[in-house]
Design a protein around this ligand. Structure first.
Ligand code: HEC
Length: 130
C-alpha cells in the first residue's frame, strides 16, 4: 500500500511537471547540466557532448537508448523512487529532506521546465551512439 502510494506520488509529480511545461529547450538543458553549483550533474556523470565529468554515477553515454523519457523523468525528479539509498539528489522533490537551510526549505532544486529542458538534451537524437 505504501509502495503504491509512493508510486502514485511519483506519477503525480511527473504529470504535474509535464503539464506546466511549454517547450523544452536542449540548449537550456545543456547549460543546466553543466552548472557545477546548481545541478552538479557533471560532478557525478560523464554526459555526451559535454566536457569530461565525474564518475560517482554511471556514464550517460548511450543512456537515451537504454531508457525511456518517462523513466528518466522519474530518475531525475526523485532518484529515490528507484533506489532509496541513492546518492543522487532529488531534483524535483522536497519530500523527506532534513537539515535544509531555512532559505531553501520547501524549494526544489529544479523547476518542471528545467527538468524537461535537461531531458530534452539527454534525449537528442544527435547524441545517440551508433
Ligand atoms: C552526487 C552524485 C550525482 C549527481 C549530482 C547526479 N547524479 Fe545522476 N546518478 C547518480 C548515481 C549514483 C546514479 C546510479 C543510480 C543510483 O545509484 O541511484 C545516477 C543515475 C542517473 C541516471 C540513470 C542512469 C542509467 O544509466 O540508468 C540519470 C539519467 C541521471 N543520473 C541523471 C542525472 C542528472 C540529469 C543530474 C543533474 C540534474 C544528476 N544525475 C546528478 C549520481 C548523481
Amino acid at each position: 500500500m505504501k509502495a503504491a502510494a509512493a508510486a502514485l506520488a511519483g506519477c503525480l509529480v511527473c504529470c504535474a511537471a509535464m503539464g506546466q511545461v511549454a517547450t523544452a529547450s536542449p540548449e537550456r538543458g545543456r547549460s543546466l547540466l553543466l552548472q557545477r553549483q546548481d545541478t552538479g550533474c557533471v560532478l557525478c556523470h560523464q554526459i555526451p557532448g559535454l566536457p569530461a565529468g565525474g564518475a560517482l554515477g554511471p556514464s550517460l553515454h548511450g543512456f537515451a537508448q537504454r531508457s525511456t523519457l518517462a523513466q528518466a523523468r522519474v530518475q531525475v525528479a526523485d532518484a529515490r523512487r528507484f533506489n532509496p539509498q541513492t546518492i543522487m539528489p532529488a531534483y524535483l522533490s522536497t519530500e523527506g529532506l532534513h537539515n535544509v537551510a531555512a532559505s531553501y526549505r520547501g524549494q526544489t532544486i529544479l523547476n518542471p521546465q528545467e527538468l524537461e529542458d535537461i531531458l530534452s538534451y539527454l534525449f537528442q537524437p544527435s547524441l545517440a551512439t551508433p
